[in-house]
Every structure is written in C-alpha cells, then in structure tokens.
Write a protein that binds this ligand. Structure first.
Ligand SMILES: [Zn+2]
Ligand SMILES: [Zn+2]
Length: 276
C-alpha cells in the first residue's frame, strides 16, 4: 500500500519540521512583529499558510505517486539503439538488462536498491519522501523543493523583520533571545540548503538530465576527451524544450505538481539524434 510509505521516521521528521516552522513563524514571529489581528499580520499569515499548503500538497503527491515501473511486457527496440554493428548492438541491449529484476531496462531507467525494482527515468531515491524520484513524481518533487525554499525564505524574513523592530533592551528574557537567534540560524541554514537543491534541479531541468545522468555524463565526457572526441547529453534539446519536456508545454501549469498530461509512458524519450 502506498500509504505505508508514511510510516517512516524521516517522513515524521518532515512533518515535525514543517509544523514547527509554521507554528513559530505564525504564532511567535508574525504575532510578535505586527500582531495576528492587524491587517499586515493577517495578510502575512494568509500568504505563508498558502505556501505551506502548497508544500504539503506537493509532498503528498511525491510520497503517494508511483515513480514508474517497467511493464512485464517491455522489450527494448533493438533498431532504436542505433548501433550498426551486430555484436555491439547485442552488447548495448545486454547493458540495458537488469539482473536483479530479470527484465530489460528502458532508456533512462535504473534499478533502485532501496525499492528493489527498476524505476523509470530515475533521478534518485529520496529518504525524505520515502520513495524514489522518477518519471511520474519528478515534477511534484521539483515543486516541493521550490515551495519549501520560498516558504523557508519567507519565514527567515519574518524572523529578521521581527528582530529588527523589537526592543531588546528591557522586555525580553535571555532564553527568548536564545530562541530567536537559534530559530534565525536554523532558518538561514534551511533556506541555503533548499536553495542549493533548487538551483541544482533547475540546472538539471534546463539540461533535461537526471542526477544519475549527470554523474554518468561526467564519466562519459572524460572518456570521450581521452579518445579526442566530445560528449553531448543525448536528451538535451535546448533550454526551453527541455523545460517543457519536464514541466509541460503550458507555462501556467509549470508549478502544478499534478499537471502531468504531457507525460507518455516513460519508456521512450526523444534524443537529439532523432532530430537529425
Ligand atoms: Zn531492476
Ligand atoms: Zn527507490
């Protein structure tokens, strides 16, 4: 059952973290800064609650969506491997065989040791969603990272704004000051971590790459250089096309984690060679 994925310590940790950040931001920092009853306070609470809701929605989609499994009937298209020589063609097909699942792997699929199966367009196995990030939930994973980054930056701004206008001289106890500093440092660290992860996935999307393919590409480029050739990622179609292949052709739906009508079966992907 997919709901069983929620039974994990790391998922409980994510819930606790989001709950803690939401509670402290709304009921301590915004309340302390402008008060929840004021119009500025209410507006900030509405915006922040909306961001946290989007974050939760993407998180649920990520956890509950099957990232994509290889159908039993799948057999690789030998002609499509594009290798002219019979022996090399055989090797190329053999390299796409998963010994653990005893099936063939479609292009961009990889075996996940944690899930114990092959996953379509696998990016990585993420312990924070207790699921693989693959063909069907990559978009939700990206929106999760995006909304979480915006949310944590928002919270950091609230803490800073609250600290600046506070009269620290008389009113507050030492423990309260320590709580402010600790929360501020924690939120800055969280914003930087999530921001770096977001930057990394924007880089991957504009190159139409997965994390696994990035590392495979580094090795392939090194091997190509050694033999005096150059290497190009086979699924790179240019920045805009790459974005539409991952997030969809409709720009208005780019940030909706469930708008997936542009995805097909995850078994075949156009390569830059197809355009020649
Ligand atoms: Zn496998
Ligand atoms: Zn996995």
């Amino acid at each position: 059952m997919k709901c069983k994925r929620f039974l994990s310590i790391s998922i409980l940790g994510v819930f606790l973290l989001i709950g803690f950040v939401y509670y402290t931001t709304v009921f301590i920092f915004i309340e302390d800064w402008v008060g929840l009853q004021s119009s500025a306070g209410s507006l900030n609470v509405i915006i922040f609650t909306f961001l946290v809701s989007l974050c939760f929605f993407s998180f649920f989609v990520c956890v509950l969506t099957d990232p994509g499994h290889v159908p039993d009937s799948y057999v690789p298209d030998i002609e499509e491997s594009g290798v002219p020589d019979e022996e090399r063609r055989k090797n190329s097909v053999q390299s796409r065989h998963c010994d653990k699942c005893s099936t063939f792997k479609p292009p961009r699929a990889h075996h996940c040791r944690v899930c114990r199966r092959c996953v379509l367009r696998m990016d990585h196995h993420c312990i924070w969603i207790n699921n693989c990030v693959g063909y069907w939930n990559y978009k939700a994973f990206f929106t999760l990272v995006l909304y979480a980054t915006i949310g944590s930056i928002y919270s950091t701004v609230m803490i800073v704004a609250c600290s600046i206008q506070k009269d620290w001289e008389f009113s507050e106890r030492v423990s309260f000051k320590i709580f402010y500093v600790t929360s501020g440092v924690m939120m800055v660290a969280l914003s930087l971590t999530l921001g770096t992860l977001l930057g990394w996935h924007i880089y991957l999307i504009i190159h139409n790459m997965t994390t696994i393919e990035y590392y495979e590409g580094v090795r392939a480029a090194w091997l190509a250089r050694k033999s005096g050739q150059s290497y190009r990622h086979p699924f790179d179609h240019g920045v805009y096309k790459n974005i539409t292949l991952v997030l969809g052709p409709n720009m208005l739906k780019w940030l909706c984690p469930t708008a997936l009508s542009h995805l097909k079966d995850g078994l075949n992907f156009p390569t830059s060679r197809d355009r020649l």
